[in-house]
Design a protein around this ligand. Sequence first.
Ligand SMILES: [Zn+2]
Length: 241
Amino acid sequence: MKWISLFIVLLLLSCEVTTGFRSDKTYVIITFDDGHNSIYYTALPIMEEFGFRATNVINTGIIGNEISLTWLQVEELEFEHGWETAGHTLHHITLPTVPIEIVEYEIHQDWLNLIDHGLSHSTFALPSGKASQEHYDIILQYYQNVRTSLNITTYAPIDRTDLGYYPYLSCYSAETAEARILQAVENNECLLIIGFHRIMEETAGHPSNCKPDDFHKIMKFISDNHLEVITINEACELLSG
Ligand SMILES: [Zn+2]
């Protein structure tokens, strides 16, 4: 009996040590990466239906291209709908594949472009999820929050320079994402970042498409379960140590 009591005490102590302070809820963050125009035309009306806001991760060097968001749309998403805008390099370069001067330019100029347009500029998402320590040092000269591409579980206090995310892939269904959301709630994860790229009926070979019906189902599931949707920077302000 004594051993069982001791075990329970140790368990409670270890929870205290590993979590620091506890968050009693699971926040959800919706991110859209790479600035495809279906984010404006298809995702925005669904987000508005549920009163949700997202973090819009863009490459400012390709804004206004044929299938991309325009600057007016990016500005509307932040200024009229309360979304956060985040950096992702000018042209979505994979950082380890180019010289360090190009990395510096792609990150710094992208950040300056966000500032020029009066947009938020606290959050950066790693293109293709890849960066060395040298790259991190450059990113952290400009940004406070860094999202990786790792699907990790997150507990408070969070490390705002190393945020994981759950990417929605073309081979998934709404039920796949709903299962991950339920898992986050059951695990008492303080935060789940769900990452979308484009919201299209036709996947067209893209690995990270979500069909509009599935996207609607996932947003409805989040709403029906009364989960609060916030932006990356808001989560970092609330939950980082
Ligand atoms: Zn990307």
